[in-house]
Design a protein around this ligand. Structure first.
Ligand SMILES: [Zn+2]
Length: 155
């Protein structure tokens, strides 16, 4: 884990991914560059985003962060996880039991916003991330569409 690695940025990335997946049904980001100052994430995504969509996504991410949801980790058998998650980015060395990280308690009545296998470090509650700021994005039509989002946190 590099010293640039930032659990708050990383947890904000889970939250952003969760919001985009829930809204658009897109796959989880396929590439991330998490840095303490500014981060970027790449999604396979079929169209560019309008200014209204950017504003609305930003508001929803911040609403989730402000709710101070717990970030919960649970172990799951790898075979069971393979049915629910794309494990192609996970190293084989991750073992037979995977750690699934949830934004929001999966056992609560509304369930979790986001779930994915992850070995990274996270904050305990989403409000620790501070405020999510959408810095910029670009969309390219290659590969069926790739959306790159740059963001930072104000805290
Ligand atoms: Zn993570």
């Amino acid at each position: 884990m590099s010293k640039e690695y930032d659990p708050r940025m990383h947890t904000a990335e889970h939250t952003l991914s969760g919001v985009l997946i829930r809204r658009y049904g897109c796959p989880r980001c396929f590439s991330t560059h998490i840095n303490a100052n500014k981060s970027k994430v790449d999604f396979h995504f079929p169209h560019d985003l309008s200014p209204e969509e950017v504003k609305s996504i930003t508001e929803e991410v911040n609403a989730v962060l402000a709710r101070d949801l717990p970030v919960v980790a649970r172990d799951m058998d790898r075979n069971k996880a393979a049915k629910r998650f794309n494990l192609s980015r996970l190293p084989e060395s991750a073992g037979d039991t995977l750690r699934i990280v949830y934004i929001g308690d999966p056992d609560s009545s509304e369930g979790s916003l986001d779930a994915c296998p992850c070995i990274g470090e996270h904050v305990a509650h989403t409000a620790e991330c501070g405020t999510f700021i959408w810095v910029s994005h670009e969309w390219k039509s290659d590969d069926g569409g790739v959306l790159r989002i740059r963001f930072k946190l104000d805290r």
